[in-house]
Design a binder for this molecule. Structure first.
Ligand code: VAH
Length: 309
């Protein structure tokens, strides 16, 4: 039985369906601060309420927690103290439940866990992590906290550093990489997009199906193979806004891209790597992304054309 926090966010809303397909919907307990579109078990849980989280995990006799509830990078910069309370308070509550009930534990880190002094090209699995955003501080702290719960208490914690995730089901909320999702919606709606991230800004990106597969593959991996735990670099695509425009123009030749840079989100993006190295994940648990920019663009435009009809 798996309890998912943040179940109606960008990752959660697709993860609960993927987990239901594999393990059966009765075994996937969705929790969030608001209800959403899911016909399986749902419980209203605010992850800053550790007692409530413990009670739900105990009531449903779960053996795994996938902790996704968090504020993303741009939102966290608007309300850093609140971001600390949710991102760190929620995380340690979830880790405590995993320790008390002996649960397997997943939570994502991010390329946001790196900062301006991190090598930007082929960023190594083990390297300098001095992020300059509250979100990044939360992600580095979260990685260290999850490793601590593994070494100190034996909790089976595992995580990945997600790139910007692109999906057509639930839009992300308050991220820096959200432009890479918006651009597809606007390409369908009005054949043009104004990017708040400037030309030539490279970041790691990944299509949601690859992200979901990575979570399940990592959680099912043989623990004896894992030299790392929190958290694995994984990436699929390194792209800048103009690369998305070129890929879209193959299907919508008249698509145009303009720029109106948002200095706050540009500064966050500039502090992150251009492309990270996924070798450790490939070697330790067989990570392999299926979607490149062209395949993702084809699928995104097809699915959105149907969704936005
Ligand atoms: C964000 N989508 O932009 C998230 C993610 C790597 C980016 O952490 O904050």
């Amino acid at each position: 039985r798996i309890l998912v926090t943040g179940a109606f966010g960008q990752i959660g809303s697709e993860l609960i369906n993927k987990l239901s397909d594999i393990y059966g919907q009765d075994n996937v307990i969705a929790t969030d601060i608001k209800s959403g579109n899911y016909s399986g078990p749902f419980e209203k849980v605010d992850v800053t309420d550790g007692k409530r989280l413990y009670e739900v995990a105990k009531q449903y006799k779960v053996d795994t927690i996938m902790h996704l509830a968090a504020l993303l990078s741009a939102t966290a910069e608007k309300m850093p103290k609140r971001a600390w309370d949710i991102n760190m308070g929620g995380l340690i509550n979830a880790l405590e439940v995993a320790k008390e009930l002996d649960l397997q534990f997943f939570t994502p880190s991010s390329i946001g866990a790196f900062g301006p002094t991190t090598p930007k090209e082929h960023t190594p699995q083990d390297t300098i992590q001095r992020p300059t955003t509250m979100y990044g501080v939360n992600k580095v702290s979260g990685e260290l906290l999850c490793d601590y719960y593994y070494y100190r208490f034996g909790v089976d914690t595992r995580g990945v550093r997600f790139p910007g995730l692109i999906s057509y089901v639930t839009p992300p909320g308050g991220g820096t990489t959200d432009y890479a999702v918006e651009i597809y919606y606007e390409a369908i709606k009005q054949k043009s997009y104004t990017s708040y991230i400037k030309e030539g800004t490279y970041m790691d990106m990944m299509y949601m199906p690859d992200a979901l597969t990575a979570i399940i593959q990592l959680m099912e991996a043989n623990p004896d193979q894992l030299k790392h735990r929190n958290a694995f670099n994984i990436s699929a695509i390194s792209a800048a806004p103009e690369d998305f425009a070129k890929a879209i123009q193959v299907y919508i030749p008249e698509f145009t891209l303009e720029y109106d840079v948002d200095p706050v989100r540009q500064q966050i993006a500039d502090s992150w790597p251009n492309c990270i190295d996924s070798t450790a994940a490939q070697e330790e648990w067989g990570f392999k992304a299926q979607y490149d920019l062209q395949a993702m663009t084809k699928d995104m435009l097809e699915k959105l054309a149907a969704k936005l009809k």
